[in-house]
Design a protein around this ligand. Structure first.
Ligand code: H13
Length: 258
């Protein structure tokens, strides 16, 4: 009978996340896919109108000035190259709540509202008032994912974290002192390994990570454009420098996490 029907071919089911039964799952899948595709594009491929507004060494930050109903919603795209850390490490420290107070300088309070799965959490965060804007809070799902390296199949995996604002009826917006802020954020990290020529073991000196951070913020309540743009110009470079320095410091004496 075996000869007639042929060999039994094992069928590998498509990769699924444990979160796939959750009500938010279709949205998470769609937003992650489109955010990753956009983050992978170089600044030249993203269309016209991007202006460099901050630069510091390898770090470059671009924005496109956009307003929706008079409210500043400038898309931001930052690229940075940091030596000595891997993409998995960067995403690990960005995603996991236990590190957040260490690097998120504007955080006042954070709660995990729901653990959808190991790779998908829902956060409620209140941020310190950033002068001169009023105090803001955010409610968002956060998803960490390993992506295949399509350009170099033997190369290290690509890692991403996507954060996206969502709504919970138990936590309605704008019923306290905080204005609800709406964000879509994508952190995409690609590790480059330059192995030692003499065949000695790989160290952090052979590692670098290309980080792309894209965000679109809707500030919620109205605030003057000039004020918001000044806040973004100050806060985004501060965040990316502080966060990457934190990851370097946390990992320097630890084995590399690929
Ligand atoms: O991405 C950053 N932080 C994340 C982890 O804390 C949370 C963030 C998010 C917040 C709120 C809703 C959804 C997602 O992704 C770093 C953010 C740095 C932002 C600096 C500029 C903020 C300026 C806000 C000004 C309000 C008037």
């Amino acid at each position: 009978d075996r000869l007639k029907t042929g060999p039994v071919v094992p069928v590998t089911p498509p990769p699924t996340s444990p979160a796939s039964q959750h009500r938010l799952w279709p949205e998470i899948e769609n937003v992650v896919k489109s955010q990753v595709n956009m983050a992978k594009m170089g600044i030249g491929e993203c269309g016209a109108g991007w202006q460099l507004f901050a630069e510091d060494g390898e770090m470059k930050m671009y924005r496109r000035e956009e307003e929706v109903d008079g409210m500043v919603c400038d898309p931001l795209k930052a690229v940075h190259v940091v030596k000595g850390i891997s993409g998995h490490e960067v995403c690990h420290y960005f995603f996991n709540p236990q590190y957040r107070y260490d690097w998120e300088s504007t955080l006042e309070h954070m709660t995990v509202l729901e653990t959808i799965s190991e790779d998908t959490l829902v956060f409620l965060q209140t941020h310190k008032r950033i002068w001169p804007a009023s105090q803001r809070e955010g409610l968002f799902w956060s998803h960490i994912r390993k992506l295949p390296n399509e350009k170099d199949r033997d190369g290290p995996d690509i890692w991403t974290v996507v954060n996206n604002s969502t709504e919970y009826s138990e936590h309605p917006a704008n019923n306290g002192k905080c204005v609800r802020i709406f964000l879509t954020v994508c952190l995409l990290c690609q590790t480059t390994v330059d192995p030692p020529k003499d065949g000695t073991t790989l160290t952090r000196d052979n590692l670098s990570c290309k980080i792309t951070y894209c965000s679109v913020v809707n500030p919620g309540g109205w605030a003057p454009a000039s004020v918001l743009r000044a806040v973004y110009k100050r806060e985004y470079p501060k965040f990316l420098k502080r966060f990457t320095a934190y990851v370097k410091n946390q990992t320097k004496n630890k084995p590399i996490m690929f």
